[in-house]
Design a binder for this molecule. Sequence first.
Ligand SMILES: [Zn+2]
Length: 459
Amino acid sequence: VTKPASSAPNEQLLLPSWLATVPQAPENPTDLAGLRSDWGVLVRDGKIAALGPAAQLKAQYPQVKTLDLSGHLLTPGLINLHTHAAMSLLRGIGDDLPLQRWLTERIWPLETKLMSPEFVYDGALLAAHEMLMGGTTMFNDMYFFPESTARAVQALGMRAALGIVTIDFPSPYGTGPADYLRKGLQCRDTYKDDPLLSFTLAGHAPYTVSDDSFREIAGLAAELGLPIQCHLHETAAEITQSLAQYGKRPLQRLVDLGVIGPDFIAVHAVHLLPEEITLLAQLGASVAHCPHSNLKLGSGIAPTAALLKAGVRVGVGTDGSASNNRLDLLAELRTASLLAKGASGDAQAWSAAQALRAVTIDAAGALGMEAVVGSIEVGKSADLVAFALDSSYLQPVYDPISQLIYAAGRECANYVWIAGSPVVIKRQLNSLTAIRALGEVTAHLPMWHNSVGEIVKAG
Ligand SMILES: [Zn+2]
């Protein structure tokens, strides 16, 4: 007579066909993804409590409920290192324009007229849902009204780093740098007890932030122990303008202002001289590479193979929906890998395993969160994705990491857990709160569609 299996609801044994642990310190360079076959993961109280050969774990924890994930690759939750989530409401409204015209003719006028806490909540919720359904468990955001993004993230049970935004011109969110910083810090204070939310100081760009504001950002980052993110060297025009206005390139200006260090995330970093790559490596800064946004805006191709070679930590971001237009990290990784190979002439640049590291442990490291998320290691938060690799178009599977990066699509993200909570099960949202929130936002979409249409028509 066998006793019926009983299990505390807060523990579960996940049994995938393959496990990519993506360890913080890989034991050897040919196994950067830490790939294991027929290993299991014990999730308890939101954390990874044990991992090892499935047979061994089943013998060791016979009372724990199991989830059979055969045909699945289990990875750490994917981390999108650069987003403007709320811009999903502006997807497709400013296509086929270069960055400066895109910003000044389309995005900034629309934002001036539309931006509100409601706009940001609705847009961020749609974006967060899109990301979640593709296996993204955390995103690093930069946008106005971060408290609205926080509420959207909470409704879906996701994890996010929210930017405390600084920009030198007024908007419906604030009057100028001092007001933005005050409001952002207030938001951080409001959400300080939410373990799924963290904050960064987000200076918009060298061409929209003054020296004084950058000094203030650097001071606050040191005082509060927060990462800094900033768009940097995105276009050639940004560099020409900086040379004219400040007599130096933007990176050097930020170095001189004390902004760049191990807590700094350079978003884009497309146009870099060889000595600037060395400088970023020496200062320990990270890069958020956004290949689709750079390609779509005609900004250029970031020298990611050289950055990696120099030892710079490179994560990957989608940027906002208005310049991508898809918040799909797997698609972004495939492009990142192919571009790195094509642009450097080195087919060994950006292996599939390296690509997976970019959106897991390396992104976590860029955000100073490598002790919490980014790999499947005992003691870390159970932020996990099970990708189904058993469809006919992905068969046979010789190398599951290669299959994930070069062949699979985001629709393969079949299960998603965040801090142990199953937020997506078989491609469906699992929480009623999340389902209701998505329904409410969807009901507002005709209204946003009309508002945007009228503003564009009025020119
Ligand atoms: Zn951006």
